[in-house]
Design a protein around this ligand. Structure first.
Ligand code: AMP
Ligand code: GLY
Length: 421
């Protein structure tokens, strides 16, 4: 088949690698892809949120299946549009993607379905939100309800902090329309777990678990980012914990969405806090996590495209995936300045040396090919990923590879995978 992958991050590079291993795929297009995908696919320069453009390109190139990586086109209805045009596409409809694109809706639905989550409320008026904060005596988290490229959640230490953030979102409109509604909720304590599942409307197939490191700096210091590294599996995801997550979180939300008339098809990502009171949902995402996908799919031995086709066709109950039992760990190398402003166009060296190491793969994210060079082209630049017999060995291998790679002002954490031991 002719397959198109929409997006250009590390998640899309690992999806593209999985697609090249599938005997089902004869031709692979990445839209827009990056320097990594250019070595294994035809890159077509197009913005993933340009839905008309993506659909026209898919038709022009006689694409048989589209896989959508990022949330923005999903929430904007790319799946509905493609389906209406008779194209086969993997991902949730806009109505189902609301689970990520509208946190206030997600919170209401969780409440309706009795899903364990932080206690909180939604507000459209800043005065009401401030009054609510004043009645709380524990730290709160303030979230822009709409999509804000991973920056719309602020974990606050005290009420004064929360009041400032409310002004920033609702009065100064830092995130525009995305902050017109905010969710204020209690700050949960614990360790975060990322649970990704394929869902075909009804059947749920849980993938191997992962842990992501969201904070910019070592020791979980600094602002939250899209994710600075991940490893899979999580040693915290015991059968008992996964049983609770399945029964109290995944099954009720999938049933709830179906009842709402928005059956979920695609990858459902539950961001979970493992609290002393049990697993609680921080957020649902409507797509693969990045960099979780790099760590998880690095371990996949089965044909991902076969599983994705089964999901699209509603035959997920026939799927059984095989995994490398060894852990995998991904270290994100970012541009200095990320998640705020950063420079692009820095020459990247050492990629071949790094990839020559045992069990190492370098997934590209914000990279671009310029003639024979590879240069930086985004905030998160590379996901240096390795397998090992233990998380410690995977980590040693990943950091040996990181040490061989250079670009000006590179920033990465030195402690990915450390809390897991
Ligand atoms: P979200 O997009 O809602 O997952 O938020 C992004 C990140 O903010 C999460 O991965 C957590 O690290 C943090 N976060 C969100 N909600 C909470 C909460 N209620 N308590 C503590 N941390 C949170
Ligand atoms: N790594 C977190 C996310 O993909 O949302």
């Amino acid at each position: 088949m002719r397959l198109m992958i929409v997006g250009g991050g590390g998640r899309e590079h690992v999806l593209a690698e999985a697609a090249t291993r599938s005997p089902r795929v004869d031709h692979l297009i990445c839209a827009p892809g990056n320097a990594g995908t250019s070595a294994i696919a035809e890159n077509i320069t197009i913005d993933p949120t340009n839905i008309d453009g993506i659909i026209a390109t898919a038709k022009d190139h006689a694409v048989d299946l589209i896989i959508v990586g990022p949330e923005a086109p999903l929430c904007a209805g790319i799946v509905d549009r493609a389906a209406a045009e008779g194209l086969r596409i993997f991902g949730p409809t806009a109505a189902a993607a609301r689970i990520e694109g509208d946190k206030s809706y997600a919170k209401d639905l969780m409440r309706k379905c009795n899903i364990p989550t932080a206690e909180g409320r939604s507000f459209t008026r800043v005065a009401d939100a401030k009054r609510y904060v004043a009645t709380r005596d524990t730290p709160q988290v303030v979230k822009a309800s709409g999509l804000a490229a991973g920056k719309g959640v602020v974990v606050c230490d005290d009420p004064a902090d929360a009041l400032n953030v409310l002004d920033d979102m609702m009065v100064a409109q830092r995130f525009g329309e995305a902050g017109a509604t905010v969710v204020v909720e209690e700050r949960l304590r614990g360790t975060e777990l990322s649970v990704l599942a394929l869902v075909d409307g009804r059947t749920i197939y849980v993938l191997e678990t992962a842990q992501d490191h969201k904070a910019l700096n070592d020791g979980d210091q600094g602002p939250n980012t899209g994710g600075m590294g991940a490893f899979s599996p999580s040693p915290l995801a015991t059968p008992e914990v996964m049983h609770i997550i399945d029964g109290e979180i995944l099954v009720p939300i999938v049933d709830g969405l179906r009842t709402e008339g928005a059956p979920y098809r695609g990858v459902l990502y539950a961001g979970i806090m493992l609290t002393p009171g049990g697993p609680k949902v921080l957020e649902f995402n409507c797509r693969f996590g990045d960099p979780e996908a790099q760590a998880v799919l690095h371990r996949l031995r089965s044909d991902l495209i076969e599983a994705i086709e089964a999901t699209v066709d509603g035959r997920l109950d026939s799927v059984e995936l095989e995994w490398d039992p060894r852990p995998a760990l991904c270290v994100v190398m970012a541009s200095g300045g990320y998640p705020e402003a950063y420079e692009k166009g820095k020459l990247i060296t050492g990629l071949e040396d790094a990839t020559a190491l045992e069990d190492v793969k370098v997934y590209h994210a914000g990279t671009r090919r310029v003639e024979t060079d590879v240069v930086t082209n985004g905030g998160r630049v590379l996901g240096v990923t390795a397998s090992g017999d233990t998380i410690a060995q995977a980590r040693d291998r990943a950091y040996s590879a990181v040490d061989r790679i250079h670009f000006d002002n590179a920033h990465y954490r030195r402690d990915i995978g450390q809390p897991a031991e």
